[in-house]
Design a protein. Structure first.
Length: 454
């Protein structure tokens, strides 16, 4: 940016709502549904023409585990369970309780992949929309936040942009499931403490016409290999013929025969808050996807006749800004399984850091975490601004802790808690940070969330 232009404009003010949820991905979906179930006026704002975020636009899947690491305890239910159960009922997902680690559904990965949830993106779009409409929430698509209006230390309104121009959206409480906090002046941090670098971006894509039996046969004949097609990929990587800066291939079977999700592109050095860098990531990600397809067809068993089915509508970003909240979740919290009086979510997904610099990924030398760990309500509360909660990867956490809690089922759990906290703040006429955590926990339990493990 080389210059600054200042202008003034009169813009319309939309009808005020009790709870405004910004971002219709997993966290925002759960927040809107959870808040609306308490009878407050909720509006959900989403930039795409459909809901789901990384579930749908990002083609990310399967949903990682909603169970403890050993797979014995279900940890995430509530809105997430409603979402999954409805997809299963229409044939658009498989019940995670029957999905073992090390299977094709889990990408043949064992660590952290016990009881994942395979699902179809179109089913996710429809079920998400049904949940929002049935909750009574107002929905505004094709819109995103470009600024925030803070008065007296509290967030009062946001400025929306869409094809109609700009508009002010007042709300008594806001749940940020994207990046509103930064506009509101909340202190944030980004990336690693040492250099600020974030995890690389990935553009998911799907391939069709794969010989499923050939892939399975190769896996059975190579039990010694820790990564899928490792003996094929590693020599190609050393020779400079592998077109992505990572080790191995991430492939996940879908419910459609011959169709697999691919989590293999890797775009390094991307600041997900910079649109120019996001543009580069989109271009580089698609170039990698097409180059990988050529490699797959030439080198991989079962892929000789494979074709590119689709690429995600948007590149997947693992990490951007994190708020400085009333509590900062740490790696030690996850490894010790520390309990908190204000626990609002349980989880078991491991620390999964994809190296910002190259081919490494955290699951290669995974830092052990507790079988069950906990997230406190205070991680959703910024220190400096009232009238605001956050949920999803913008929570208050270290870089290392975020690498575990950034996945979609945990985002659902955080969003559910944030939506309930926002609704209770409105109902009781107080700031979100003044809402008793036990009241949030009681309502979470009433809405089917799990906060205790027997």
């Amino acid at each position: 940016m080389t210059s600054v232009h200042t202008y003034r404009a009169e813009i319309p003010v939309l009808d005020a709502v009790d709870v405004l949820v910004v971002g219709g991905g997993p966290a925002g979906l759960a927040a809107a549904v959870g808040a609306a179930r308490l009878g407050v006026r909720v509006r959900l704002v989403e930039r795409f023409g459909f809901l789901g975020g990384n579930l749908t636009a990002g083609l990310v899947g399967p949903c990682m585990t909603s169970y403890s690491q050993d797979g014995k305890h279900r940890l995430i239910a509530g809105v997430f369970a409603d979402f999954v159960d409805r997809m299963v009922a229409v044939g658009g997902a498989l019940d995670p309780g029957g999905i073992p680690s090390g299977s094709a559904w889990s990408g043949y990965i064992v660590t952290g992949h016990e009881r994942v949830t395979p699902f179809e993106p179109e089913a996710a779009k429809k079920v998400a929309l049904d949940l929002i409409r049935e909750s009574g929430s107002s929905l505004l698509l094709h819109s995103f936040v470009v600024d925030a209006i803070v008065d007296g230390g509290a967030l009062r309104s946001v400025v929306l942009a869409n094809k109609s121009g700009l508009a002010v959206q007042p709300a008594r409480t806001v749940v940020d499931c994207t990046d509103v906090a930064a506009f509101a002046g909340v202190p944030t941090v980004q990336g690693r403490d040492t250099d600020g670098l974030t995890q690389p971006a990935t553009l998911f894509f799907r391939v069709a016409n794969v010989d499923d039996a050939a892939v399975e046969r190769w896996v059975q004949e190579h039990p010694e290999e820790s990564r899928l097609f490792e003996s094929i990929v590693e020599p190609a990587r050393r020779a400079g013929r592998y077109p992505a800066p990572r080790r191995g291939i991430g492939l996940y079977r879908t419910q459609e025969p011959g169709v697999w999700r691919v989590n293999t592109t890797r775009i390094l050095g991307v600041d997900g808050t910079d649109p120019w860098q996001l543009t580069r990531a989109e271009l580089e990600g698609r170039d990698q996807a097409h180059a990988l397809m050529a490699f797959f067809r030439a080198e991989l068993p079962g892929f000789a006749d494979a074709k590119l089915l689709d690429t995600a509508a948007t590149v997947g970003i693992r990490e951007t800004r994190r708020i400085v909240g009333e509590y900062v979740l740490t790696l030690e919290d996850l490894t010790s399984g520390r309990d908190f009086p204000d626990t609002i979510a349980l989880a078991g997904y491991p620390v999964d850091i994809h190296s910002p610099l190259g081919a490494g990924v955290g699951t290669d030398g995974l830092v052990e975490v507790a079988n069950v760990y906990r997230i406190p309500f205070r991680c959703l509360l910024p220190t400096k601004v009232d009238g605001l909660l956050v949920a999803g990867r913008c929570l208050s956490a270290t870089h290392e802790a975020l690498a575990a809690v950034r996945v979609m089922p945990i985002a659902f759990a955080m969003g559910h808690a944030a939506g309930i906290g926002a609704a209770l703040a409105v109902r009781d006429g107080r700031a979100p940070r003044q809402v008793p955590a036990e009241s949030v926990r009681d309502e979470l339990r009433r809405q089917g969330a799990i906060l205790d493990v027997g």
